[in-house]
Design a protein around this ligand. Sequence first.
Ligand SMILES: [Zn+2]
Length: 167
Amino acid sequence: MVHEHCSQARRRLSAQSRTRYDLQVFAVEVEVVITFCQACWAEIPNQSIICPNCGADQSQISAEPFVKKLIRALHHPEPETPIRAAYVLGQLKAVEAVPALLVVVAEQSDQFIVAACIDALAEIGDPSLASPLEQLLRSASGLIVEDALEKALVKLRTQKPTIEESS
Ligand SMILES: [Zn+2]
């Protein structure tokens, strides 16, 4: 019973995985993923079927792909939700979320949300992100965003490419 929604999450994630590398990541990261409500992205105890934060029944959440839900959550009006969504996207190394994360970084005025999206981009780790992030650093205002950008750039420069590693 406890693992019912865990296995749902795992199945959805596996369906989206294409490479052996992805599967390895998900095998590791699923423990992180299942601790977040799939409606409001609040951290919830592993056993929770009903989210203590928003009341959503985790077993009744729509079959929309997990990453798509997270991408949609980046535009949620409650600031904590996009921050959590960005964090989970980073943990999942969700390459398909990169364009959406860059849009949020460009358009969002909340520095904490922008910083969370930059952290996620660094975690996803596509080396092609280094140059857009460098550009952002030149025009960035605000210590929180600047700090996130500097850390992300260090990470991106020292990281091995994560995509198509196993193909
Ligand atoms: Zn919730």
